[in-house]
Structure formats: C-alpha cells, structure tokens
Design a protein around this ligand. Structure first.
Ligand SMILES: [Fe+2]
Length: 315
C-alpha cells in the first residue's frame, strides 16, 4: 500500500424516507438473526473511502479537484439497486468534478434486462461538474455491451471504449482515457491513447488492473480499476485469500498502489457476484482528491507479472 494519505469514513446514513426496503423481505429464523445481521452489514455497509490520489503531470491549477469512482455494481437484485441509489446520493453530497464508473454493471443478461431502466434512472441522478465517464467490464460484454453502453449514455455518461476525451477544468486540460476490458480481449491501449501527447495529463480507466501490464509504456497519469471486488475475503496484514485473479500482483486487489512511474487505484466494488459474501472487504465508493505526483520520489520498477497458475474465476 502506498504512503499517500488514505482515510476511511462511514458513508453517512441515509434519511429514513430514502430507505427503500426490498419487496417481500423474508426474515430468517430468530436464532439466525444476529448472524444474518452481521452478514448484511458486510454487503450493505458501503464505505466512502477518501484518498489523496497522486497523478503524474497534473497541473498545479488542478491540485485538489475531486473525483468519485464506483465499480462492479452487479445490479442483480432490488437490494443492489437500492445500494446504487444510495451511492448516487452519497457521491452528489461530495460535489465532485468527475464521476468514474469502471464496469460490471450487471452480472448477466437476465438481470440486465430486469433492472436496466431503474439502473439508468439511478445513474442519471449523478451531477458532477465536469462529467461522468464510463468503461465496460467483462460482465458487460457477457451481458450486452450495446445495451449497457446505450443505457449509460442515456443516463448522461460518456462511454469510452478504447477512446479518450479532453476535458477542460479550471482552464486546464485533462485527458480521460477509457480502455476496454482485458478478459473479453477488447483492450486496445494504443487505440485508447490515440492523439494523446506526451505532456498530456491522463486519467486512465481500465476495469482490470492487469491492463497496466500493457499500458505502462503509454505513461498513464494514473489508472483507476475495479474487477477484483477487493479480493472478497481479506485477512488483516495478509490481504486477500484469493490468489488467481490478477497477474500483476495481489497487492493490486484493492486500494492505492504504485506501479513503476504511476499509481493504480483498485476500487473494491459496490456489489457481489456468485457468492454474496464479503469479509473485511466492504463495498466502496472512492472519493479522490487529485494531487500532482512528486516524480522525484521514484520507486523501483513495476513488480514482475506473476504467472497465472490456474484458470481464474469470473470476478
Ligand atoms: Fe465484477
């Protein structure tokens, strides 16, 4: 974990009128209720994680601008939709300049069809000053990239699939680069960086942190990712028990980590997939305060990519 300032605070409690209960919630037997409450807290207790995010070539005039990121929404149930609606309200209270959405909006085509309209309405409520930018994750290609990306566009997001966009903030330019998903074999970093100059400051969105292995030669300013769900089960001082998801190294499963000349931030995601469990790995809204990277403080080169020992599970 990098030395940059990283604080965690509880997401503010939602006003009572904003709490929507899932229809027909069935209570567990009395004996199991304490356990059930503990389990619910692990998947419903969203953390707003405040991070000072070092960005290479960030102009001093942009020091302190604010961006929020959510990832891996996996809107497959009513409760996931409610979590998303609450996340939108939490993000808006932070009054960010940017919001970044880093993929896996639904787990598959069935839930995508069921929740697409409400998903779009929820995201349309985001109100950053400079824009909402989105990329696709592996599940979005397995659901329907066309349908999901249209819903994101209709919600007001700019969808970047191996593309970039220049944005003016406080009279300075930033380039938002969106790289398509690696596991779906759609990632084309060079195409995503087309037209980007050497002195441009870039914020690179890539669902899978392993994308950095194929992007570092393009000198990203910073990379924001998701995909890992934080490793799902995290042991203090050890990290995740899951070993097979990333080649780049398990330290990149969550949080802020340096990779050679730039930083990668991996968001733990909002939702769950397959096993609805999180241990010591709560759902996350990232709230970044961008700050220029001190390039004098160089570390050793990037860690050697690890060999994948067995076929990864779908994150
Ligand atoms: Fe995911």
């Amino acid at each position: 974990m990098a030395t940059a300032n990283l604080q965690t605070i509880e997401a503010a409690a939602e006003p009572r009128r904003q709490r929507r209960q899932p229809a027909r919630v069935r209570k567990p037997p009395i004996a199991l209720r304490p356990l059930h409450r503990m389990w619910r807290r692990t998947i419903d207790g969203v953390e707003l994680v405040r991070v000072d995010l070092p960005v290479r070539r960030l102009s001093a005039a942009l020091d302190g601008i604010v961006a929020c990121q959510i990832s891996d929404l996996h809107v497959d149930r009513e409760e996931d939709l409610i979590r998303l609606q609450n996340a939108v309200r939490t993000i808006n209270r932070e009054a960010p300049d940017f919001v970044f959405l880093t993929g896996d909006y639904f787990s598959g085509p069935d839930t995508m069809r069921r929740y697409l309209g409400e998903f779009e309405r929820a995201l349309a409520g985001l109100a950053p000053k400079a824009g909402v930018f989105a990329i696709a994750g592996n599940h979005d290609h397995w659901s329907s990239f066309g349908t999901v990306s249209q819903a994101l566009k209709d919600a007001g997001a700019r969808m970047l699939a191996n593309a970039n966009e220049r944005v003016a903030v406080r009279g300075e330019e930033l380039v938002i680069v969106g790289i398509d998903d690696l596991w779906s074999r759609r990632a084309e970093p060079s195409r995503a960086f087309a037209g980007v100059r050497e002195d441009d400051c870039t914020i690179v969105l890539a669902h899978n942190p392993d994308t950095a292995l194929y992007t570092r030669h393009l000198a990203p300013g910073v990379m924001l990712s998701g995909h890992t769900h934080g490793g799902v089960v995290r042991i203090p001082f050890y990290g995740s028990l899951i070993r097979s998801v990333l080649r780049i190294g398990k330290e990149y499963y969550a949080g802020l980590n340096r990779y050679g000349d730039f930083y990668i931030y991996t968001n733990r995601g909002l939702g769950t997939f397959w096993v609805r469990i999180r241990i010591n790995c709560r759902p996350e809204i990232s709230r970044f305060r961008l700050t220029p990277l001190d390039e004098g403080a160089r570390t050793a080169g990037p860690a050697k990519p690890r060999r994948r020992r067995r076929k990864p599970r779908h994150a």
